[in-house]
Design a protein around this ligand. Sequence first.
Ligand code: GRF
Length: 195
Amino acid sequence: MVLASGTGSLFASILEHASRPDASFTVVGAVVDRDCAAVGIADAAGIPVIRCRLKDHPDRAAWDAALAADVANMSPEWVVTAGFMKILGPAFLNRFGGTIVNSHPALLPAFPGAHGVADALAYGVKITGTTVHLVDDGVDTGPILAQRIVEVRPDDTEASLHERIKIVERALLPEVVDALAARGVVTDGRKAHLK
Ligand code: GRF
């Protein structure tokens, strides 16, 4: 299942991959934390979508528990955060830890957090990219599953660079989810390797 908040282009790339005859996974549902384009994408694909908004709950802990319950109802093997703009809390991590996959628009461990593209650009790096990793209780600190590079151009803005990174994310994230579904992952201390 997929958690999303944004324009949903990563979510759409996962659905597109799942529709291929040789795909190793199906998408059982989506949960969003706000009204966003991902809802329309799920509806158009006939995928069940649930809204779990922070403002509908008394506090963050209650929202986190409700999110965990919504996702548990879908009985997913893997939870993919595709542009989900909230930090997952303890209730969610206790339930799904080790099975949550995130795509980050920078080469971790450099430039974690919500402003990875802007931070990389401001630092002046010449190469950045995307990282697919397992989610732990830190911000973008979980074991890395795959990375791909994107060159920074001298005239890049945050928007132009992010758009080129997202093209790569839309290829890499579904590939990694497919590999996880087909063959799984081996962990070795803080390291993880796709089988
Ligand atoms: C991606 O760059 C993802 O890594 C980041 O937000 C973006 C999501 O894009 N967390 P979209 O909403 O799927 O188009």
